[in-house]
Design a protein around this ligand. Structure first.
Ligand SMILES: C[S@@+](CC[C@H](N)C(=O)[O-])C[C@H]1O[C@@H](n2cnc3c(N)ncnc32)[C@H](O)[C@@H]1O
Length: 194
């Protein structure tokens, strides 16, 4: 999950994942968000396949992870994706689509309980998508989880949250750069998540 460090051309993947696109972490619902995003990235920048680029897609629910790892979806499961993104999947038949292999190889699906005392992943991420997950937690827990996500984000990295989520006490560590997209300030203290 480490990138070849090299400058990114204007308009390249760096717009999403910062300078040397390296790691992105995504909390997933059956992986559709991770895969849909990745297919769009590959369509826009096919050279991404040559990069040392990885997406880590996690969820506490191992059944959704197993489904995602199979790479095959009923068309009806993709209702949260735009038509343009659905078209990037390979057709299996009238009812099913599959994730192209080139994309599958770039995503790892792993179980993760955000509330576990320690997180297993090492290193830091250039972008983290954690949308509509902290809504399940009470305020202090939301703040704790956002703090831990902040600690595994590189300075300048991007944090995507849901429309009804906010950064609470950690807001000063970020600046708003888009609708529900926050960029970690250069001085934020990145440290181990555990
Ligand atoms: C509403 S879905 C959001 C999925 C996806 N981020 C999206 O926006 O479509 C919430 C997800 O959070 C997961 N979740 C709930 N509690 C969790 C926890 N403690 N750690 C990790 N994931 C959790 C659920 O299993 C579910 O897949």
């Amino acid at each position: 999950m480490h990138a070849r460090r090299r400058p990114v051309a204007q308009g390249g993947p760096g717009q999403l994942c910062r300078g040397a696109a390296r790691r992105a972490a995504i909390r997933c619902r059956a992986g559709t968000l991770a895969i849909g995003l990745l297919l769009s990235l590959l369509a826009a920048w096919p050279e991404l396949k040559q990069w040392d680029f990885k997406i880590l897609a996690t969820d506490i629910d191992t059944s959704v992870l197993a489904k995602a790892a199979s790479g095959v979806y009923a068309v009806g499961d993709l209702s949260d994706l735009s038509r343009e993104r659905v078209r990037l999947f390979e057709r299996v038949d009238d009812e099913y689509v599959a994730v192209p292999k080139a994309a599958r190889d770039l995503v790892s699906f792993k179980p993760l309980n955000l509330l576990a005392p320690a997180w297993p992943m090492k290193g830091q991420f250039d972008a983290i998508f954690c949308r509509n997950v902290t809504i399940y937690f009470d305020r202090p827990t939301q703040s704790e989880v956002i703090g831990r996500l902040t600690s595994v984000l590189v300075p300048g990295g991007l944090l995507y949250v849901g429309h009804s989520e906010n950064l609470g006490l950690h807001a000063p560590d970020f600046r708003l750069v888009g609708k529900t997209v926050y960029q970690a300030r250069a001085h934020h203290k990145a440290k181990d998540a555990a």
